[in-house]
Each structure stands twice: as structure tokens, then as C-alpha cells.
Design a protein around this ligand. Structure first.
Ligand SMILES: Cc1ncc(COP(=O)(O)O)c(C=O)c1O
Length: 484
């Protein structure tokens, strides 16, 4: 195979190889079942390091385009289960007129839904589409690595840690961010107790009671609960199929002079939408024009099936953007390790807030994640997770096609964990939720994601489930809807 590489391009070589091969597959020059050149032969013919080819092949594997067979090499995968549904339907669902939500008091459903979901996880036989994380996969490696990490930190367990977190972990995170196109030095990172703590720290830093804040509508309900506690006032800008409606955003930036924009730019929760590079540039330009900081939440970092643009933070030259992410969605929420990237004058005060809050994140959790990242298992685990989740997403899409009323529409996300479904107005999602829960199926009620607690009838379904549970659970939901 002859692969032409541009050594003067800013695009890393492994991504160039990935793009060339994925193009060959796309145009049919390589067919399902075809064997790819061995790592050694491609490294020789392209005159690159073997590690570069390995990296390119792992990304292709993560994208679901190729698969490795033990001892036999890499092969082009069969196309993922075709999904007979047009994204036009999802566009229509999101782009139909929605109103800006102006909220001075918040709805309060987080506590109930959180506790119900945690209790349900412990009940045998429940199909929980309301979960906000991956079903635990094959984490044997992690258990082994955790043991190794523990032996290495016995001494440091006896003392306190730096508030910004262990240097080794921050170095690992910084390397990981480079792969996303975000250059952040370890000195710009603060390790937090989950990204939820990062959200709270940043919101408390930028906002005071009574301030206006912009969020997407719908958005992550955990962020809304923090805003409620802070006593701020919220403007919910409707989410379109390409992201937050920027014309409306500008209008409200101009008229209300908000103090913060909260955005989930990649694999948005709950809709699964990833904004384009152009949308990111325009959003940042508006933030600059109105001097309004952005809080960019990338909780689903690394769970994309296909390439995604670099975070908005990568474009930020004026220290307007604070970036957040977490290991809750890719590894274990129970470890409670997240992090923020903060630059310029904002770093010292945010670090001080972190110190005052709880000194630092558990030394054990930090050491486990640091060791897992350093061992190289994390990248492998991510590839595996992406492949598994792509299959599960497609299983859910097929089940929906088979069992849902024709008036129900849904998004087709390029990764993450959720599908977002819009129901006909005559169906009260709360009634569906109660009926489904009686049949041992839990759903995320759309209402919780709208800043005002109002909005169209919708539900969020987590597709990272066992395929047999997906098929069974969706059939149950479909049948319930038909009777409503
Ligand atoms: C968009 C978003 N941000 C932040 C979080 C918080 O996650 P954690 O605190 O576990 O890192 C979540 C969890 O569901 C989320 O969906």
C-alpha cells in the first residue's frame, strides 16, 4: 500500500495515515475482510516509526473501521449495522421552533432521579436506560493496575497532596489532551473530585447570586442544580441540530450581559450533538465580543466514534475558556477523578478555591488513574469501549426502528452514551416513566434537562447496555407507548 504523507502538515502523521486508509475504505478500494499491511511493512513503505502505524491502526479500530485478529493482523471491518433512519428526522426534531427559557427558579428533580437510579442499579433484572455512565466493562486490567499503584504510593498515603493534584497524573492528562488538539501544560491543570466539582468551582468563581448565565436548552441537569444553589438566573438557548442557536445567543448576550456561557460542545448531554469547528469559532468570537467567559464541559471526552474538532479551549487566546473533563465516563465514576484546564490569571484563584473546598482529590484514586494512563491500557480500553458502544448504539437504533411509534424521533450521536428522543405532545413522559419503571425499565425523563423544567416531551436513553437488554427494554417502551 502506497500512502502519501505530508511531512510539513500540522496534522500528525498517524492521523494522516488514518485518514488515507479510511478514505480507501470509504471509496471501496478496500473491502470488508481485506487484510491491511502489517505494521512493519507499512512502517517501512511509509518511512515512519512502527509506533506511528500502531497508533493509526488503534484509532481506525476505535472508529470501528478495522479490527485486529489475534496473530493474523488487521482487517477491514464489515460496515456497522446499517441504520435505516435519516438524520433529517433528528434535524427536524431539534430545529422546530423552541423558545428561549428565562428561568429565575429551577425545577428540582436531580435528587430523586439520582437516588432512584442508584437504588435500581442494585436491583437484579432492572434495565436502566437512565444511567449516566458506561456499564462496567472488562476492567480486570484496572484492578491489577490499582494493586500496582497502591504499592507505589504507600509512603505518600501518609501525607497530604498538592491541591492541583499529583504531577504524574497531570502530565498524563496533558499528553492525552494533546491528542485532542489541546495543548495544556501540567501547570494549567487542576485535578478535581469528578468534573462536577470543576463545574461548581468554576461557576462559583465566575458567578454571584442574581447574575445571568447562558446554558444550552436542554442541558446537563447537574449543572442546573449547581446554578440553582448559587442563586443565579438562567437563559436557556435552544439546542439546534448543529448546537446552540448562535443568533439567539448573540441577542441575549447583548440584552442581558450574562457572566458565563456553559456549553457541552462535544457529545452534548442529553442530545449527543457535537458542534462543528465553525460553530466553535463563532461561539468563541461572540464570547470575546461580549467579554463573556465560557465554561466548556467535555465530560464524554474520548467516547467519539469518529473524529471531532479540537475543544473550544484550543482556540482560546484570551483566557476566556475554562475546560472540564472526567474519567467517570471512560473509567469509573466511583473513583471521582475529573480535571479542569485553567489558564492565565484564573488559575491561582481557582486553585485556592479547590484547596479550601477539600484540599485535594484522594491520593489513591489519582495514583490508580495515573498508573492506568501510563501503562497504555487506557488507550486500548477506549478503543474497545468505542467499538462496543458503536455496536450498542446501532442495536438501540434498530430496536427503535422496529418498536417505536412513527411519531417518535431521535438523534443519532457520533459517540457518548445517549440517544435523545422526542415524543408526541399528547404523551406525558412522566406517565411513560412510571409505567416503564413498573416494568423494570428506567428512562431519563426529558423534563430534568430543560432549565425551566418545561420543554417538549422527551426522554434520554443510555445505549451503553447489554445488547439483549437494549432489545428487550426498547420493545417494552414501544409497547407501552402504543397503549398510551
Ligand atoms: C455533561 C456532564 N458534565 C459533568 C458530569 C459530572 O460527572 P463527574 O462528576 O462524575 O465527573 C456529568 C455526569 O453525568 C455530565 O454528564
Amino acid at each position: 500500500m502506497q500512502i502519501l504523507l505530508d511531512r510539513y502538515s500540522s496534522q500528525p502523521i498517524y492521523l494522516q495515515i488514518r485518514d488515507r486508509i479510511s478514505k480507501l475504505i470509504q471509496v471501496g478500494a478496500m473491502q470488508p475482510g481485506d487484510r491491511l499491511p502489517s505494521i512493519r511493512s507499512l512502517a517501512q513503505s511509509a518511512q515512519v516509526n512502527k509506533l506511528t502505524v500502531i497508533e493509526a491502526y488503534s484509532v481506525l479500530e476505535g472508529d470501528g473501521l478495522i479490527n485486529a485478529r489475534q496473530g493474523a493482523g488487521y482487517f477491514v471491518s464489515a460496515p456497522s449495522a446499517t441504520v435505516g433512519i435519516s438524520s433529517v428526522r433528528a434535524d427536524a426534531m431539534l430545529n422546530s421552533a423552541q423558545e428561549v427559557a428565562i428561568v429565575e427558579t429551577y425545577n428540582d428533580s436531580f435528587f430523586d432521579s439520582y437516588v432512584t437510579s442508584i437504588q435500581a442499579q442494585k436491583q437484579e433484572g432492572t434495565i436502566d436506560f437512565s444511567l449516566g455512565f458506561n456499564l462496567s466493562g472488562d476492567l480486570e486490567d484496572l484492578t491489577r493496575i490499582a494493586r500496582r499503584a497502591m504499592t507505589g504510593i504507600a509512603d505518600s498515603l501518609c501525607g497530604y497532596e498538592l491541591p492541583q493534584g499529583q504531577l504524574n497524573l497531570r502530565k498524563q492528562i496533558s499528553q492525552q489532551l494533546v491528542r485532542l488538539g489541546l495543548g495544556a501544560s501540567p501547570e494549567n491543570i487542576i485535578v478535581t473530585n469528578g468534573s462536577r466539582q470543576g463545574l461548581a468551582l468554576a461557576m462559583q468563581y465566575y458567578l454571584k447570586p442574581g447574575d445571568w448565565v447562558i446554558v444550552e436548552s436542554p442541558t446537563y441537569f447537574g449543572a442546573l442544580t449547581i446554578l440553582k444553589e448559587l442563586g443565579t438566573r438562567t437563559i436557556g438557548i435552544p439546542m439546534r441540530s448543529d448546537g446552540m442557536n448562535l443568533e439567539l445567543l448573540e441577542q441575549y448576550l447583548h440584552n442581558y450581559r450574562p457572566k458565563l456561557i456553559y456549553t457541552i460542545s462535544t457529545l452534548h448531554n442529553p442530545t449527543g450533538i457535537t458542534t462543528s469547528q465553525a460553530h466553535r469559532q463563532q461561539l468563541l468570537a461572540l464570547a470575546e465580543k461580549y467579554n463573556c467567559p465560557i465554561l466548556e464541559d467535555n465530560a464524554f471526552e474520548g467516547l467519539n466514534f469518529d473524529t471531532v474538532p479540537a475543544p473550544i479551549k484550543a482556540l482560546d487566546r484570551a483566557d476566556l475558556v475554562t475546560y472540564l473533563s472526567t474519567f467517570s465516563k471512560t473509567l469509573m465514576p466511583g473513583l471521582r477523578v475529573g480535571y479542569m484546564v485553567v489558564t492565565g490569571e484564573h488559575y491561582p484563584p481557582l486553585l485556592e478555591r479547590k484547596l479550601h473546598k477539600d484540599l485535594h482529590v484522594s491520593t489513591v484514586s489519582q495514583a490508580v488513574i495515573s498508573e492506568y494512563l501510563a501503562s497504555g491500557h487506557f488507550r486500548h480500553h477506549l478503543n474497545h469501549l468505542r467499538n462496543a458502544n458503536l455496536y450498542r448504539r446501532n442495536t438501540m437504533l434498530q430496536a427503535l426502528e422496529a418498536h417505536m411509534l412513527s411519531e417518535v424521533s431521535w438523534t443519532i450521536p457520533n459517540g457518548g452514551l445517549f440517544l435523545w428522543l422526542r415524543l408526541p405532545d399528547r404523551i406525558q413522559v412522566q406517565s411513560l416513566k412510571s409505567a416503564a419503571s413498573a416494568a423494570n425499565v428506567l428512562i431519563g425523563c426529558g423534563k430534568a434537562f430543560f432549565p425551566s423544567g418545561q420543554g417538549y416531551q422527551a426522554m434520554r436513553l443510555n445505549f451503553a447496555q447489554k445488547p439483549e437488554d437494549i432489545t428487550k427494554g426498547i420493545a417494552i417502551l414501544g409497547n407501552l407507548l402504543k397503549t398510551m
